[in-house]
Design a protein around this ligand. Structure first.
Ligand code: HEM
Length: 291
C-alpha cells in the first residue's frame, strides 16, 4: 500500500504494488522466453539443416501437407513478445534513477554499501536502457520479416546487413538482464528459498552466473557461425536456404495425370561445429583453399 498526500488528503493505493507484480510477471515470461529463444537460435551450431528445421517448425510447417511454413505464425509470436517487451519496459522505467540527484544518490549508496545485489540492480537498469533501442530494432525486423528466417537469410542479416554488432551488444545485455532478473525475482518472491537463506542465496547466485556464462557462450558461438555462413554466402545475398527436399512434378506430356513425384537430395553441408566447417559446400562455388 503506498500513501500519497494530495491537497492535504492522504491517498493510499495498491496500484504501485500491482505494477510491481506485472513487472515481475512480464519479466519472468520474457526471461524464460529468452532462454528458449537462445537455445533455438543456437541450433545453427548443429548445422544449417537443424536451424532450418527449427525455423520451419516455428512456422508450424508440420501443419501443412506440403511442408511449407506459415510466417504469420511467427508474426503473431513476435507481436506478442514485442507487446510484452514494451509493457515490461514501461513498467521498468518507473524504477530508473532519472534525475542527476537520484543517480548521484544511487551511485554514492552503491559505493558505500558495495552490496552485490544492489550493484546487480544497477546493471539491470543499464542493460534495460540499452535494450529499449537494440531489442526494439531486432523485434521490428522480425515482425516485418517473419518468413525470412533460415540459415542463409539469418546469416545474410548478421553479415551482409551488418546486424552482428547489434546482436553482439544485445546478446550481452539480454543475457545479463535476463539472468539477473530471474535471480532477483527468486530473491524478491522467496522462490527456491531453502531453510538457510544465506546458503540458498549463494546457490541461486552460482546458478545465475553459470546460466549467464552458458547462454553467452552458445550465443557468441552461434553468432560466429552465422557470421561465417553469411561471409561465405555474401555473393548470393537473399538466396534462401534450400532444404534439399524439393518436390518436382514431371511435365504432363500426354495430358494424363502428372507422374509420380521424384525426391532430389542435395548434398548441402553446414559449416557448423559438427567438424565439417572448412569443407566446401556443395553449393559453394569457392573451394576451401580459395578462401
Ligand atoms: C518472438 C520474438 C523473436 C524472434 C522470432 C527472434 C528471432 C531471432 C532469430 C531468427 C535470430 C537469428 C538471427 C537472425 O535471423 O537475424 C535471433 C537472434 C538474436 N535475438 Fe532474437 N528473436 C525474438 C526476440 C528477441 C528478443 C526479445 C531479444 C532481446 C531483447 C532477442 C535477442 C536476440 C539476440 C541477442 C540474437 C543474436 C543471437 C546470437 O548470438 O546468435 N530476440 N532472434
Amino acid at each position: 500500500m503506498e500513501r500519497l498526500i494530495v491537497n492535504d488528503r492522504i491517498r493510499t493505493s495498491r496500484i504501485p504494488a500491482r505494477l510491481d507484480l506485472a513487472q515481475s510477471g512480464t519479466g519472468l515470461v520474457l526471461g524464460l522466453f529468452m532462454w528458449v529463444h537462445m537455445l533455438l537460435v543456437a541450433s545453427i551450431l548443429l548445422g544449417k539443416g537443424a536451424f532450418n528445421f527449427v525455423a520451419k517448425t516455428m512456422e508450424l510447417s508440420f501443419l501443412s501437407d506440403t511442408g511449407h511454413g506459415y510466417p504469420s505464425a511467427v508474426f503473431f509470436a513476435v507481436l506478442g513478445v514485442f507487446s510484452l517487451f514494451i509493457i515490461h519496459a514501461a513498467l521498468g522505467v518507473r524504477k530508473f534513477p532519472i534525475s542527476w540527484k537520484q543517480h548521484t544518490i544511487i551511485r554514492s549508496q552503491m559505493g558505500m554499501m558495495n552490496h552485490s545485489d544492489t550493484n546487480l540492480w544497477y546493471w539491470q537498469v543499464v542493460t534495460g536502457f540499452i535494450m529499449f533501442f537494440l531489442g526494439s530494432a531486432h523485434l521490428f525486423i522480425m515482425l516485418t520479416h517473419p518468413g525470412q528466417i533460415d540459415p542463409y537469410l539469418s546469416a545474410d542479416r548478421v553479415f551482409s546487413s551488418t546486424m552482428w554488432p547489434l546482436y553482439l551488444v544485445l546478446l550481452v545485455c539480454v543475457e545479463l538482464h535476463g539472468t539477473i532478473g530471474l535471480y532477483r525475482l527468486c530473491m524478491k518472491w522467496g522462490w527456491f528459498g531453502g531453510k538457510d537463506p544465506v546458503k540458498s542465496r549463494e546457490k541461486l547466485k552460482m546458478i545465475k552466473n553459470r546460466a549467464t556464462i552458458f547462454f553467452l557462450v552458445i550465443g557468441l558461438l552461434a553468432l560466429l557461425v552465422f557470421f561465417i555462413i553469411g561471409w561465405r554466402h555474401s555473393d548470393r545475398v537473399g538466396e534462401p536456404y534450400n532444404s534439399g527436399h524439393t518436390t518436382v512434378e514431371a511435365p504432363a506430356i500426354t495430358g494424363t495425370q502428372p507422374e509420380a513425384v521424384t525426391e532430389v537430395e542435395s548434398s548441402e553441408a553446414a559449416p557448423a561445429l559438427s567438424g565439417d566447417h572448412g569443407k566446401p559446400d556443395a553449393n559453394d562455388h569457392r573451394t576451401a583453399n580459395e578462401e
